[in-house]
Design a protein around this ligand. Structure first.
Ligand SMILES: [Zn+2]
Length: 417
């Protein structure tokens, strides 16, 4: 069933206004939000929501925007929340974004006019094949675009506007949440879930139209501390056991054709050294461990320890200590307890005229943290592509499909209540 609703889309117009505001976050800052300029967008969004008639819309002191679309049904419907992040990646400048629209895309490469060395090549961006006839928005090649995640923000804003102006569409209470600092991993640090008052949430921050992601990595950090035996190098024969060399031997024995970021994809996990610090007497190796299951994590950590033990046999007077620290867990563990969250989203995607595709994320999201904080939260597509780069792009038609998905999702929760 495709959409029987009549949409008058203003999502592109909203999107173009939001990307003009620089909201880059900064990992070296300790404040929240990490950059004050994120509040420039937050203030605008709160004012626009107010203008739609949402009286409780506001920007709080930490840079979060909260708003409630009141229920218009007699049924008891679970309170759901739509969430996107306002900041853009520190990897690429987001200042003075000059969006360009390639109307009615006919295939082939897109050369960005502000820096013609920046070319979105069709062969490197296979998702462009699905975009024939669409209007593609890019930057001019000198900045990122900010579709990650301002596409999601524009989509939620447009869906809110649509629901408020079409009271014949029945829905329960809907919460809107816009967060700062997602790109630096702090997007939910200061969120007030009690104030938000939602039972289930959806981040609108995914890639291709139709995608829904209900899985993330599970993540641990592993630290191996080696104590070697130090002596004067002139008198070291048969005595010295060099901690740096022990660390190097451990790294050298890590699997070379598997179990690393550069040799895995899909549902495969890895062991990944991120730093070695030390000297003759003591060295510390820090690694991250990633897998989709707890047993997969355990197996990788056991493999790591067996490698360390094997190496240590050659250094009988040296010692090691291995510590494992949990970082985050696959949100599927939480989301699977409420199968209706994903089922309703898949049906909404279908009603928006798309084929739902369930996918997993080789990383963590705000949604994975929210899920374990008590707010189960899968991720729905926003249409963003090639994010964190000057080649970032999004199609207006995909953004429109995301708006329809959000509206249908609100209706489906009411319908099924
Ligand atoms: Zn994002």
């Amino acid at each position: 069933m495709s959409s029987p609703l009549t949409f008058t889309h203003s999502v592109a117009e909203r999107f173009l206004r939001y990307v003009a505001i620089d909201t880059q976050s900064d990992p070296s800052s300790s404040t929240c939000p990490s950059t004050e300029k994120q509040k420039d967008l937050g203030r605008l969004l709160a004012a626009e929501l107010q203008a739609m008639g949402i009286q409780d819309a506001h920007l709080d002191e930490h840079g979060y925007v909260y708003a409630t679309i009141a229920a218009n049904t007699d049924k008891t419907v679970p309170v759901i929340c739509f969430c996107s992040h306002m900041d853009t990646s520190p990897d690429c400048t987001g200042r003075n974004v000059k969006p360009q629209i390639s109307r009615n895309y006919r295939g082939g490469d897109i050369v960005l006019p502000g820096d013609p060395t920046q070319i979105i090549r069709a062969e490197e961006h296979p998702a462009l094949r699905e975009q024939i006839g669409h209007d593609i928005v890019t930057s001019d090649g000198t900045t990122l675009l900010g579709a990650d995640n301002k596409a999601g923000i524009a989509e939620i804003m447009d869906a809110a506007h649509f629901l408020i102006n079409n009271p014949q569409i029945k829905h329960g209470t809907i919460k809107i949440l816009f967060t700062p600092d997602e790109e630096i991993g702090r997007g939910v640090d200061k969120v007030d879930l009690k104030k938000l008052g939602a039972e289930f949430a959806y981040t609108i921050d995914g890639e291709s139209a139709g995608n829904i992601e209900d899985e993330t990595f599970s993540a641990d950090a592993a630290t191996i501390t080696i104590e070697g035996v130090s002596t004067h190098p002139g008198f070291a024969k048969g005595k010295m056991e060099h901690a740096i060399k022990i660390a190097a031997a451990i790294i050298d024995r890590l699997p070379k054709d598997s179990c690393s970021p550069e040799t895995t994809e899909g549902k495969q996990g890895f062991l990944h050294p991120i730093s070695i610090v030390g000297g003759l007497e003591k060295a510390t190796i820090s690694l991250i461990v990633r897998d989709f299951t707890d047993s997969g994590l355990k197996q990788k950590e056991d493999l790591l320890e067996s490698i360390v033990k094997e190496v240590m046999k050659d250094f009988p007077r040296s010692t090691y200590r291995m510590q494992i620290k949990q970082q985050y867990r696959n949100m599927k563990q939480v989301i699977d307890k409420h199968p209706e969250i994903v089922e309703n989203a898949m049906e909404a995607i279908r009603r928006a005229g798309l084929k739902p595709v369930k996918a997993s994320i080789r990383g963590g999201t705000d949604g994975s943290r929210l899920s374990f904080m008590g707010l189960p939260c899968p991720n729905i597509f926003a249409g963003e592509h090639a994010f964190h780069s000057r080649l970032e792009w999004v199609s207006i038609q995909d953004m429109q499909k995301a708006v329809r998905t959000i509206v249908h999702l609100a209706m489906i929760w009411e319908e099924r209540a």
